[in-house]
Design a binder for this molecule. Structure first.
Ligand SMILES: [Zn+2]
Length: 375
């Protein structure tokens, strides 16, 4: 038997998943944001959009602040974008199989937003939240939150806590208290083109040089310390019979703490060409600083665990994850941040993405309790 609460959560989340909103579709994101906005407005919450121009979706700020209430509040973060291109629904429609509700972008993270916002709506008419709530939903998290980051940081600067609706970890619904920092290196190698048959000796192969650089980069991985370096994409050369003059690669790296970040960035910037007449262009940046489990985070976790107990489940935190999120930004500003408070399920970023229907009602009750008590 499905309770009426669970059924209405399933219906609401399904209708949100049916509104496709990949990061690359400003139109889809505008439609999604309009749906979320009206869901907030009809309960008497404030909900205002900020435009980032024609190429990015809009940011949505929902709040229950009374006029003139300037207290440091509770920042809730979500993202309206998904990794699934428009049309994914055709071959992968929203559907229930057993306890699983499948659909693109549900687990990551429309269901998480739906749960937190429904709790906030339920409290809008009857009770008040312990802190004024600013619920910020960004359109570009899956590509690094480049447009949203200054807004996230401005809200975090006047927040007492941040809660993030990213999915709960698979197999146990654990939340997230620590995330590695993430970075990106763009490396290009410039050599010299030559006819591969006629003047081979005059060529300087950028691909050959890059092969050496890749081995040096991948050797910077240190599992014991939690440092990983992965060359994700590579392109180079123009024709089979030309010694290649150019090669480029883009490298993903992850770091457990700021010291490791400094050391790794120094190593990358110190890369030198091995072959003669070669030039390296090195562009390296840490996009998201590491999210650290501080004492204040441990205290915040205890509050969330109490709310979970009231809602009938046990909430544990997962070991440090390699995936970054917007929690990295707020945490770096010293705001106690708890992440992975969204829906329970599995399969993020795949067509097997699903949420567990039987966990929805308890997670809604968890948010209600937390919003009421976290002061
Ligand atoms: Zn996400």
């Amino acid at each position: 038997m499905t309770s009426t609460t669970t059924q209405s959560l399933v219906d609401g989340i399904t209708s949100w998943m049916q509104c496709e909103s990949p990061t690359s579709s400003p139109e889809g994101l505008a439609r999604m944001v309009a749906v979320i906005q009206s869901y907030a407005l009809e309960a008497g919450l404030q909900a205002t959009e900020t435009s980032f121009g024609p190429n990015v979706g809009p940011l949505l700020h929902i709040s229950n602040r009374a006029d003139g209430d300037e207290r440091p509040g509770l920042l809730i973060l979500g993202h309206s974008d998904t990794v699934h291109p428009i049309g994914t629904l055709q071959d992968n429609p929203c559907r229930i199989e057993g306890d699983r509700l499948y659909g693109p972008g549900g687990y990551d993270m429309k269901a998480g937003i739906y749960l937190a916002l429904t709790a906030l709506r339920d409290l809008a008419g009857t009770a008040t939240t312990a802190l004024p709530v600013d619920f910020v939903i960004v359109p570009d998290e899956e590509t690094g939150s480049h447009a949203s980051r200054p807004h996230i940081e401005a809200f975090a600067a006047c927040a007492r806590y941040t809660l993030v609706c990213e999915p709960a970890r698979a197999n146990g619904g654990k939340c997230v208290t620590a995330r590695k920092g993430t970075g990106m290196l763009r490396l290009s190698v410039k050599g010299r083109a030559a006819h591969a048959g006629v003047q081979h000796e005059k060529g300087r192969s950028a691909i050959r040089e890059m092969a050496h650089q890749i081995l040096a980069l991948e050797a910077m991985t240190d599992y014991a310390r939690g440092v990983t370096v992965s060359v994700g994409t590579i392109e180079g050369g123009t024709a089979t019979n030309t010694v290649p003059a150019l090669c480029r690669c883009v490298v993903d790296f992850r770091l457990p703490d700021l010291r490791a970040a400094d050391e790794l960035v120094d190593k990358m910037q110190a890369l030198k060409p091995l072959g003669p007449d070669m030039e390296l262009d090195i562009d390296v940046e840490v996009n998201r600083p590491p999210m650290i489990k501080s004492d204040a985070v441990v205290a915040l976790l205890a509050r969330a665990q109490d709310s979970a107990r009231h809602a009938g489940f046990t909430l544990e935190d997962a070991p440090m994850t390699g995936g970054g999120s917007d929690a990295n930004f707020t945490s770096a500003l010293g705001v106690p941040t708890l992440d992975g408070l969204g829906a329970d399920g599995d399969g993020a970023h795949t067509l097997q993405e699903h949420i567990l229907v039987s966990t929805l009602e308890a997670r809604l009750n968890f948010w209600r309790h937390l919003l009421t008590h976290l002061g």
